[in-house]
Design a protein around this ligand. Sequence first.
Ligand code: AMP
Length: 283
Amino acid sequence: MEIAKSIQEIRAQVAALKAEGKRVAFVPTMGALHEGHLSLIKMAHKHADAIVVSIYVNPEQFGPNEDFSTYPRTTESDLALCEKEDVAVVFLPDTETMYGSGKKFFSIEIEELNTYLDGGSRPGYFQGIALVVNKLFNIVQPDVAVFGQKDYQQFRIIEQMVIEFNHDIELLMAPIGRAEDGLALSSRNVYLSEQERVVAPSLYRALSYVEQQIKNGVFQPHLLLKHQQDELEAKGFKNDYLSVYSLDTLAPVQELEKGQRYVLAGAAYLGKTRLIDNLIFEI
Ligand code: AMP
């Protein structure tokens, strides 16, 4: 496994793989790798001949009161996991490499897709992600890139960015990797106390319950969602959002229609940990 730290190195590595006729898949991450990330790498292997993983905690996607400085950084064990998963190259840039030190004159604005869900609660978050992913796509130039459904809004924004910015990259979405009790795996789960970890799967349970009720014929789920939010609050969560959204526009949907696909998504704080989760379903 090669480790590339500079843009020159990663470009040379990818060029060499492509010169061998290999189809290159890219899995961008912020490190602190867990089984969820590894499932993306495994999916990448099914669609490509060589895998590039990037590990970079992108400061541009953290708000001033968010956890950039405390975000878990476990590079050594991440590299061991990548090696085990037969990754060809790990791109490990620093912030000087990604952003340089000069004044910046460009940013990426995102319209409607950024209005709700995390876009509504975390100003600048998806602009930061779109910027870094755009740069990473230009640097790595993979044939295919894999993202997780765990961050569905991120996937949808990048999907649209690929179309509008004409990136010649096929996108794949991997299902959400979960712990046995249903909790969506996340690098941030290490922040949970023992007690919070026991309560944390309630968010997934609330989503599953709502999904079941919708499938049973509740097509106006507003009260149902409100009730589940109250129950989560009673368990100690501080709700951000819990709603059904259009898969395409990411706008909230009040009245569901048969034959349509939706994303039911929730975000809530448990202590200082922000948990997000979602289910994609068809009625
Ligand atoms: P992150 O390191 O959190 O930026 O995530 C890197 C990639 O892994 C993103 O495409 C995430 O959506 C994906 N990911 C994170 N957690 C999970 C999970 N539990 N299941 C599937 N994909 C995940």
